[in-house]
Design a protein around this ligand. Structure first.
Ligand code: SAM
Length: 241
């Protein structure tokens, strides 16, 4: 690919530059504990796109179903899930460095061995590091809702993105989303019901939500929301073709 010295030069040559991102990188302060957790655990638990396409059997030293989570935040529920399901491999992707540090600190404390993390944009990780048909489940919990209409294009759940996920899931693998913002839940449901190759797992039918499955830990923030009468919507679709 030809490289350009500046964005202007690229645009002048008619090259389209995608600037739509599902996140705004907020560095935040890395605490000493997070920095230490990254330093100590990165060699055994950190993954980077420079490693190229991953072979999960090599990464984890065994063959097991692999669950991938996009945007794990501080990683609390991801670490809990990994601890509760040692028979599965877990890979988390997060762009926020303090979150990566917090997740690694928790994983270390919990003695979790079946978890690896990327500090990178999930869209690029999917394209460059995750093999087709390789995932047992893909998790996307409480993605940034982008409330304002003019920001809706930044929502990560879009038809193209969903088809990329489809190609990475094994046939029979599931895409599990959760959100506490009803308009985003409706948007997710619209995108998924129209997506080729997926089928809703809900017993409520084609447009149905599902109860929170046991494996997704309830977060403090959800408990608080429930007390205030706020809802949470879980959506699980299965790849069928
Ligand atoms: C609203 S937070 C939710 C965090 C966590 N899942 C939870 O339930 O507490 C959304 C997270 O997704 C991350 N994120 C957004 N777009 C991302 C992307 N393209 N790749 C990786 N992480 C992303 C953000 O940095 C943020 O931490």
């Amino acid at each position: 690919m030809k490289s350009f010295k500046s964005e202007e030069e690229a645009r002048a040559a008619g090259v389209y530059i995608s600037k739509v991102k599902s996140f705004v990188k907020r560095e935040g302060r890395l605490t000493n504990a997070q920095a230490r957790a990254i330093e100590v655990n990165w060699p055994s638990k950190g993954l980077s796109i420079e490693q190229g396409m991953l072979n999960f059997d090599e990464v984890f030293g065994r063959s097991a179903p692999t669950v991938l989570e996009i945007g794990f935040g501080m990683g609390k529920s991801l670490v809990e899930m990994a601890a509760a399901a040692p028979e599965n491999n877990f890979i988390g992707i997060e762009v926020h460095r303090p979150g990566v540090g917090a997740c690694l600190a928790d994983a270390e404390e919990a003695g979790v061995e079946n978890l690896r993390v990327f500090e990178h944009d999930a869209v690029e990780v999917l394209a460059q590091s995750v093999a087709d048909n390789s995932l047992h489940r893909l998790q996307l919990y409480f993605p940034d809702p982008w409330h304002k209409t003019r920001h809706h294009k930044r929502r990560i759940v879009q038809p193209d993105f969903v088809q990329k996920i489809r190609s990475k899931l094994a046939i029979g693998g599931t895409f599990h989303m959760a959100t506490d913002w009803e308009p985003y839940a409706e948007h997710m449901m619209d995108v998924m019901t129209q997506a080729e190759g997926f089928e809703n797992t809900s017993s409520e039918g084609a447009n149905g939500f599902v109860p929170r499955p046991e494996y997704r830990p309830i977060t403090k923030f959800e408990v608080r929301g429930q007390k205030l009468g706020h809802g949470v919507w879980d959506i699980i679709f299965k790849r069928v073709s």
